[in-house]
Design a protein around this ligand. Structure first.
Ligand SMILES: [Zn+2]
Length: 246
């Protein structure tokens, strides 16, 4: 029993501070998918950086705003949200929102970020999750970002034969220790994030361009407690598929 509660308290079982790189498609994805876990990690002394593949420049259905203006707004929102979660750096790649493709160019861009940051752990979205929940189709960028990142992690990032031009830029091969997939239908890892759920909500509130009704968003997020807990005494978990490389 004592062992079980230790595992629940420290399910990651990391014995030293980890460098964690979160690579996702859009501004607001880190907060919506796993913001409370990110807050948990930074509070535990791990370093978290973000890399967003797009600036979310099609994230509203509004003909009155142009994509460039929306990109700038979303970049600011993302940086504010990241700050609340304790994230140390946010970088953006310049892919167009909605048009992500798992091609060799996108893979090279992600390999180059992984080799530069040299993380222990990479977090991305599950590339196999086509139908997310019963009432929606997962955004294609979420799946495709996951595919690009998985294919960058293995085998390209650790193998000097891939993208030899990166060696000339000083970006030597790097192998990560763990890959965590968020937004997954096949979790093998649950993280109790009850203590940091408020940080997630505070960070989500920064994404004003994406949230029509902030109070309603907060109400829905608070209802997302585990079925075995209550509104008055909620428990929250984030689920992941965790791959530990040997
Ligand atoms: Zn998204």
């Amino acid at each position: 029993m004592a062992e079980e509660s230790a595992a629940q308290k420290n399910p990651e079982n990391w014995i030293s501070p980890q460098k964690i790189l979160v690579i996702l498609a859009h501004p607001d994805d880190p907060e919506f998918f796993c913001g409370a876990t990110i807050a948990r990690w930074t509070r535990q002394g791990h370093t978290v950086e973000y890399c967003l593949l797009t600036r979310g420049d099609k994230g509203v259905r509004d003909e009155l705003i142009d994509r460039e203006t929306l990109s700038r707004i979303r970049e600011v929102e993302q940086k504010r949200a990241a700050e609340i979660l304790g994230v140390s750096r946010v970088r953006f790649l310049n892919f167009e929102d909605g048009y992500l493709q798992p091609d060799l160019n996108a893979r090279r861009e992600v390999v180059s970020v992984i080799r530069e940051v040299r993380p222990d752990v990479v977090v991305t979205s599950d590339p196999t999750n086509y139908f997310h929940r019963e009432d929606r189709i997962n955004h294609p960028d979420h799946r495709i970002a996951g595919q690009i990142v998985c294919e960058a992690v293995y085998p390209a990032s650790g193998n000097p034969m891939y993208y030899p031009e990166l060696l000339e830029r000083g970006l030597s091969p790097h192998e990560i220790k763990e890959l965590w997939l968020t937004l997954t239908a096949q979790p093998n890892m649950m993280i109790d994030v009850t203590e940091t759920w408020d940080f997630k909500i505070a960070a989500l509130k920064q994404h004003c361009s994406q949230i029509a009704n902030i109070d309603e968003m907060e109400r829905i997020q608070r209802l997302r407690h585990t079925p075995d807990s209550s509104d008055d005494n909620p428990r929250y978990v984030d689920s992941f598929r965790r791959i530990k490389f040997r």
